[in-house]
Write a protein that binds this ligand. Structure first.
Ligand code: NDP
Ligand code: OXD
Length: 320
């Protein structure tokens, strides 16, 4: 028997971080750690809240008394597309540390492409001291951010501080100081003005495979970098990976930085590993800080229990 406000944790990532964060989390509540083998067969019928990342496929059949589901990350495709879910609020993870980390990755990669990161790395390994001529400035380059939610809006603002020209695209039009924005209908103009495309979209039925050859072919080819660059830190399912590889090979895209892939971990045989115009990072752009995740859950549970609406509730029709 668990108390009526108990919390179940089924987070299939960084187990060490979960174990470090658990002892001080959720004071006064029963916490059921599904990573502990002793809990695997336990009766879950009266657990109130579940905090999950790619959980046990049986979980929602067993935990029949849930009042809310918390995603261990900002994205919710890992549960929406995979499980038969009870009709409950799903709350995604929104947190300063996650947002800052994502913006760091985006700014880092934009600067890498702006400042000839590939070419200088090769020169260093071959002990060549030679300045690459005609270095453009950030203000010569337009970065187009696809997805202007919590992460996209912050990345756009930080790119602006670095001096880039920044434009953004989202389903509904946004007002962001200093950044020209486009709604879904403005996609053509948005793409035709973009030198570096940053993908920060959630994976939904509408965004699956959206980054494909026809889209890459509409990016600006007249920019200061000599060809369009693609960054994706949203979801790999949004990229048509065969198209992406072919476009990187034939020059439709000059380069890419990829944190997410259609199948993760990225297949050992994938040509992306060896392409000298591609940066690969292992879905590490903005990992969830588990302590911050637990604080966020505690705060949202507090809202629910005091009769206030929780924040960051997913729209199940839109899928994010
Ligand atoms: P939000 O829900 O805050 O924002 C999503 C944005 O995408 C919104 O601007 C939304 O438009 C836009 N959007 C969604 N669908 C469409 C569409 N069909 N056409 C145009 N625009 C669309 O999400 P976050 O910013 O918090 O996170 C974005 C994604 O980043 C997550 O879903 C996750 O997949 C990924 N992520 C990756 C991480 C990593 O380490 N690589 C870490 C964390 C998150 P509108 O504003 O009009 O609703
Ligand atoms: C997330 C992620 O969605 O890490 O938070 O991808």
């Amino acid at each position: 028997m668990t108390d009526k406000n108990s919390i179940l944790i089924d987070l299939r990532f960084d187990r060490e971080a979960v174990l470090r964060a658990l002892p001080n989390a959720f004071p006064g509540r029963d916490v059921i750690d599904m990573g502990d083998p002793a809990n695997r067969e336990r009766d879950l019928s009266d657990v109130a809240y579940a905090v999950v990342w790619k959980p046990d496929p049986d979980l929602f059949r067993r935990a029949t008394g849930l009042k809310a589901i918390f995603s261990g990350g900002a994205g919710v495709d890992h549960i929406l597309t995979t499980y038969e879910l009870p009709d409950l609020p799903i709350i995604r993870f929104v947190d300063r540390s996650l947002t800052d980390r994502m913006s760091e990755w985006v700014v880092w990669q934009c600067l890498h492409h702006l400042r000839n990161g590939f070419a200088y790395a090769i020169q260093q390994r071959t002990r060549i001291w030679s300045e690459i001529a005609d270095q453009p400035e950030a203000c010569d380059v337009t970065v187009g951010v696809m997805g202007l939610g919590v992460l996209g809006a912050d990345a756009a603002a930080k790119l602006k501080v670095m001096g880039f020209r920044v434009i953004g695209w989202s389903r509904s039009k946004k007002e962001i100081a200093g950044i020209e924005t486009f709604d879904a209908a403005g996609q053509d103009e948005f793409l035709s003005r973009t030198d570096i495309l940053v993908g920060l979209l959630p994976l939904t039925d509408e965004t699956r495979g959206i980054y494909d050859r026809p889209l890459f072919s509409r990016l600006s080819r007249s920019g200061a970098l000599g060809g369009p660059v693609f960054l994706n830190a949203g979801r790999g399912g949004s990229q048509n990976q065969p198209d992406l590889i072919a476009c990187l090979a034939d020059g439709t895209l000059k380069a890419a930085s990829l944190d997410v892939f259609t199948v993760e971990p990225l297949d050992q045989e994938s040509p992306l590993w060896g392409m000298d115009n591609v940066v690969v990072t292992p879905h590490a752009a903005a990992s969830s800080d588990v302590r911050a995740l637990f604080r966020h859950v505690e705060e949202q549970v507090g809202r629910l229990e005091s009769g206030k609406p929780p924040q960051f509730v997913v729209d199940k029709i839109l899928g994010y």
